[in-house]
Design a protein. Sequence first.
Length: 334
Amino acid sequence: MTFVTTPHELPTSPIPSRLDPTVLGTACCIGSSLCYTVANICLRQLAGWDVHPAWVITVKETITVATVGPFLLWLILRGSLRFRDFKVLAVLAAVGIGVQLAGNLSVQWAFGAVGLTVTTPTAMGVMLVASAVIGFVWLGERVTRQSMLAIALLISAITLLAVGTGISRQSGDVAAANLVPLGVALLGVGAAALGGTMFATLAAAVRYAGSRKTPVSVIVFVITAVGVISCGLLSLHHIGLAGMAATPGDRLAWMVASGVFNLLGFLLITNGLQLTPLVHANVLNASQVALAAVAGMVLFQEQNNVWLTIGVVLTIVGIFQIGRDKAEEALEAV
């Protein structure tokens, strides 16, 4: 699961085109949101098949490592990359391990417990709230009234999502509805919230690395490489080489697809954020929440009620508010 980053974390060479930059940027942002949604659909499908979460994340992150790794090697061999800030690399590796083991694994488990409809907005809402807190406490960033309103909306949304999850489990026969028990469902909400918190920590680490002029390719490679190593070792412990080799072809195809679409989403959003105003990118990124909710209900027959619906809507509004606030801050700084 991946979310929008901020402009200073991104490459500085947008895709060349004769099209209007705003039109192209909007297309990139929409394409990114669709790619991330498809990646999450793949992960949700794998969770429904009970494929071990660590093995899923290992294969998913391997796609990025296998793509970015050769590019970095090429830069090193031609002398274009001489980055040797080992402190930054150590911070990224440490945060990356936490993000992979407590973030991605938690979200992957939550997909199986509460589905796309609840996991995506919960993780995104908590990530934005935690990002604001981290920015204020650790980075000294000011919190405007608009940001406080957005945080209040997001906290309300998360509360409603938890309430809605509980109501959907208590309103009918759990076995007949093919639902997990209430306690497991609430743990799923908690797991999604933990994932969002870890994603906020990653955003702070990326900002720190960006302030030390760390190339984006290095950041991405380190974070995904520690995921391959840590989750790979965890997979080896739980299912062993025999279990990995015995993965059915259709499961493996879904795992590879999740990695491919996740990487495509990242490449598109990095260019979209350079070509279109940040507020537009955030609004379009918020469509992931709506798309995830629709996909969960239509493709996976996930439960829905008025509380879940309001929670999803409030998450989208909160994202829009934060996006507007960041855009206004950028204008004030010009």
